[in-house]
Write a protein of this length. Structure first.
Length: 261
């Protein structure tokens, strides 16, 4: 059976501990920890205790790659990635999710592929590079242009890595065919962020089934192919007005994944 995890980002703005509780109560197989401003997400000891108390293991660690987490653990992106891999080892997680370098991180970008390979060789942890999406820059007078914030591009298969993360909210925002990208990733597809989108130029992370991405078809393909990786629900529940409403969204997301996987 393909493990189905819950991202701690799916309970934001609640703390990471709420994701462990929800995962255990709803029947998820574990948790992916998004390392960012939440102090608990940065504390390996606290995360270990949460996993032990809840019975929801840490399946994956998402390295601090967002603009808001550029100084979490270190201002040096190389050290942030190294520390993410060490955290995964300490927590028994087999996967680290990482974004491609930002365009302005030239030195980091130049050595990124070698760094990822080095860390995988040394630790056995899969460093799964995630597909991203371009942004629109306003030019004035109602005009805009689409630009990439990543080097060399938003598509990690342009470089070639041993392991990839496929994010369907990102394929939606990028207007990329998710199934075609999965085909390009091939046997190197190690991790999936299951979420949905409607094609708006932003990261929507909708509950799967509420947008236009081929979430069900991808899950069916994973099942038929004997996918050896993990599927993590990275959905946006920020608009939930109550804890019960958030729980319902997370339960719906899990039910969708189980049904199609």
């Amino acid at each position: 059976m393909i493990p189905v995890g819950l991202s701690t980002a799916a309970v934001w703005p609640q703390p990471a501990g709420d994701a462990f509780t929800a995962a255990a109560e709803l029947g998820y197989d574990g948790v992916e920890v998004m390392v960012w401003a939440d102090p608990t997400s940065q504390d390996v000891g606290a995360l270990r205790r949460l996993a032990e108390r809840s019975g929801a293991p840490v399946l994956a660690v998402h390295a601090p790659c967002l603009l808001i987490s550029q100084r979490v653990w270190s201002p040096d992106p190389v050290e942030r990635l190294r520390r993410s891999v060490r955290a995964a080892q300490d927590l028994g997680a087999r996967t680290v999710v990482v974004h491609p370098p930002f365009a302005w991180q030239r030195r980091y970008a130049d050595g990124f592929a070698d760094l990822v390979a080095e860390l995988e060789d040394a630790t056995g942890v899969a460093v799964a590079v995630e597909n991203m999406f371009p942004v629109r820059r306003k030019l004035g007078r109602g005009r805009s242009v689409q630009v990439t914030a990543f080097r060399p591009s938003t598509d990690p298969t342009d470089v070639g890595h041993r392991n990839y993360t496929l994010d369907l909210s990102h394929t939606s925002a990028a207007h990329v065919d998710a199934l075609a990208l999965a085909d390009r990733m091939g046997s190197r597809l190690a991790h999936v962020h299951l979420a949905d989108g409607t094609g708006l130029p932003k990261d929507e992370h909708l509950v799967p089934g509420r947008g236009n991405q081929p979430c069900a078809e991808l899950c069916s393909r994973l099942r038929r192919s004997g996918f050896p990786g993990q599927v993590v629900l990275e959905v946006n529940t920020r608009k939930a007005r109550t804890a019960a409403e958030r729980r319902d969204l997370l339960a719906e997301s899990l039910a969708f994944a189980r049904r199609h996987l």
